[in-house]
Design a protein around this ligand. Structure first.
Ligand code: NAI
Length: 294
C-alpha cells in the first residue's frame, strides 16, 4: 500500500508563515531559502548557535534578499517556555504559523556502552523532544486557527534501520517515525498534514554541530568523530540542502507521508522489512500456540 497524498491540506505556501527549527544551517537553511525565495512564504528561522544565526542573517541581508519576509531568532528548542515565547513573538509579527518544520537535530556517534545520560538526553531532547515541543507549541494554535497546516518532521535513513554506534541517534529517529505516522492519523481531521523527511547524506554542518554541545549536556566521553575524514567525505558528496528542500516542498504539497528521495537505499529498506515480515510470518500457523499462551 502506498500511503500518500490523500488530502492536500495546503494548496500553496504563498504568504503562509513557516517556522523552521535548526533553520540557520544545512537542511533547515535550505528549507528557509526555498520557502522564502521560491514559494513566497514568510519564514521564521529558529536556531541555537549564534555563529550559524550570523551566517544565515548575512545571507538574507544581501541586497537581493533583504526584502524577503524572513525573521531569525535564537531559540533552544529543548526550552519549552522559550518555545512558547517565540511562538507568541512570531505570531504578533508575522501572523499564525501554518507550516512547522521540525528540522533541528544532532548526531554524535557515541557507542551505547560508552554513553552517559547527557549523551542520551542531548540526542533525545533535541531530536525527539524538540519536535514534540514544536508540536505542543504550535498544534493547538493551528487547530484553533482552523485553516489547516502542515507539520514536517525530519527523520533519517536511521528511522528505518540502525547502523553501528548509533543507538542514541537511531532511537530518536525511529521515534520521529512513530510520531509522524501517529500524528498523520490523528490530524487529518483538522486538515493538518504530516510528513516525514528521510534523508540519507546531505551536505551540511552536522559534524561540526555535534561538537558544539550546550553546557547542560556536557558530561560525555565524546571528543571527536571516529573516521571523521570518511564521514566528511560522505556528507560532502551528499545532497545539496536546497535540492532536498525543493523535493521536500513538492512532497509536502502532495501530502506525502515519507519524503524519501534516496533510491540507493531501496535494497536495505526492503531487507529490513523482509526481516520483520519473516519474524511475523513464523507465527502464521500458530494461532493455537498464541491462544494457549494467552
Ligand atoms: P546542521 O548541523 O547543519 O544543522 C542543524 C541545525 O540545528 C544547526 O544549525 C544547529 O545549531 C541546530 N540546533 C541544534 N540543536 C538545537 C537546539 N537545541 N535548538 C535549536 N536549534 C538547534 O545539520 P543538518 O544535517 O542540517 O541536520 C538537520 C536535520 O537533518 C537533523 O534532524 C539531522 O538529523 C537530519 N539529517 C541529516 C543528515 C545529513 O546527512 N546531514 C542525514 C539524515 C538526517
Amino acid at each position: 500500500m502506498r500511503e500518500t497524498s490523500k488530502e492536500v491540506p495546503l494548496q500553496n505556501f504563498d504568504g503562509k508563515v513557516a517556522f523552521v527549527t535548526g533553520g540557520a544551517s544545512g537542511v533547515g537553511l535550505g528549507q528557509a531559502k526555498v520557502l522564502a525565495e521560491e514559494y513566497g512564504a514568510k519564514v521564521v528561522i529558529a536556531d541555537i548557535l549564534p555563529n550559524r544565526i550570523d551566517e544565515a542573517a548575512a545571507y538574507f541581508r544581501s541586497p537581493d534578499r533583504k526584502d524577503l519576509p524572513v525573521r531569525i531568532l535564537q531559540l533552544d528548542i529543548t526550552d519549552r517556555s522559550a518555545f512558547a515565547n517565540a511562538a507568541d513573538e512570531v505570531e504578533s509579527a508575522f501572523g499564525p504559523v501554518q507550516l512547522l518544520f521540525n528540522t533541528a537535530g544532532v548526531s554524535a556517534r557515541v557507542p551505547a556502552e560508552k554513553a552517559t545520560y547527557d549523551d542520551w538526553d542531548w540526542h533525545l531532547q533535541v531530536n525527539l523532544f524538540g519536535a514534540i515541543n514544536g508540536v505542543q507549541t504550535f498544534l493547538p494554535r493551528m487547530i484553533e486557527l482552523g485553516e489547516g497546516g502542515h507539520i514536517i518532521n525530519t527523520g533519517s535513513i536511521q528511522s528505518f534501520f540502525a547502523l553501528p554506534t548509533t543507538a542514541l541517534y537511531s532511537t530518536s529517529k525511529f521515534a520521529i517515525r512513530g510520531l509522524t505516522e501517529a500524528l498523520r492519523v490523528d490530524l487529518a481531521k483538522y486538515d493538518i498534514g504530516v510528513s516525514g523527511i528521510i534523508p540519507g547524506a546531505v551536505h551540511t554542518n552536522s559534524l561540526d554541530t555535534a561538537l558544539a554541545r550546550p553546557e547542560k549536556f556536557k558530561n560525555t566521553t565524546f571528543s571527536g568523530h571516529d573516521g571523521e575524514t570518511a564521514l566528511r567525505k560522505i556528507l560532502a558528496s551528499g545532497m545539496d540542502p536546497v535540492d532536498l528542500a525543493r523535493i521536500t516542498m513538492q512532497g509536502v504539497l502532495r501530502n506525502d507521508l515519507w519524503i524519501f528521495p534516496y533510491p540507493q537505499f531501496i535494497e536495505q529498506v526492503e531487507e529490513r522489512h523482509r526481516l520483520v515480515m519473516n519474524e511475523l510470518m513464523k507465527w502464521q500457523d500458530s494461532v493455537e500456540t498464541v491462544d494457549t499462551i494467552r
